[in-house]
Design a protein around this ligand. Sequence first.
Ligand code: PHE
Ligand code: FE
Length: 310
Amino acid sequence: MTRNKIMALQGGGGGPLIGGMPTLDALRRLHPDIGSDYTIPQCWGRYAAAEHAIWRTLFERQLKILPGRACQEFLDGLGKLNLVSDQIPDFEELSEQLQALTGWCVVAVPSLVPDDVFFEHLANRRFPAGQFIRKPEQLGYIEEPDVFHDVFGHVPMLAHPVFADYMQAYGKGGQRALAEFGALKNLARLYWYTVEFGLIEQKDGLRIYGSGIVSSSAESVYAVESPSPNRIGFELERVMRTDYRIDDFQESYFVISSFEELFAETYKDFAALYAKLAAGETYKPGDVLPEDSVLTRGTHTYRAGSHTVI
Ligand code: PHE
Ligand code: FE
């Protein structure tokens, strides 16, 4: 397997859509210090040399693949935060740097956290990141978000001021969607097709900003170069009506033209949109609609489940 299959790519927080996470009481047995907000001490000193080595392997692999594929904002974020291959980052040091740039910090959580807890963290500019790192046999494939997906995948974009604001607005929107609208599913799709699997059209061409892509070596190539998936211009309502797969490469990617556009499109009151979304169609992951602005119509030649770029 050559891809992160991450059940809850939303971040260590898990976030929308994921059920079946352990209760706080169950987690307390493994993590006696867990707080009511699900945070735990990172205990950086306790990572073994072999765990730092896994970080290094993954980091070095992505650094070879990402130039010319990831957007400049992501690569700049890695640099600004001094994220390096040597070792798993210490969240305290990382948070200090991030705080100075955009006011965000990174907190450690065991893995998935409930939706309301996830939103509460984002709404307060705290990114919950899985504390553990995957095992050597999970280099390309993992069921839960670990520190590599969460920190390497998500944190560089949080160093970008507009994206940082988008993530906080999303957290607040999540709280509202839960409390007032019962629209979690719609909002989760927005997260999926932007934060996790978003592409952006830049002057040099199509680039990745989604964390689920940048933390996966195979999907980093597939998302940008494979003829198989659809690449469709981002349209808010369309995205919020589109189902997605969590266990295979995406059949469609949605492409924004700038982070400013993404922010402007989403930073408006969703009340009327939620009401509209409650009726009408839901689209399948591979659908192409007559009204779509299609950048690439997929050949759909990817062999499902193979996790291999063709
Ligand atoms: N504008 C959304 C609302 O009214 C909140 C939101 C902002 C959601 C940004 C996602 C991203 O609820
Ligand atoms: Fe994620």
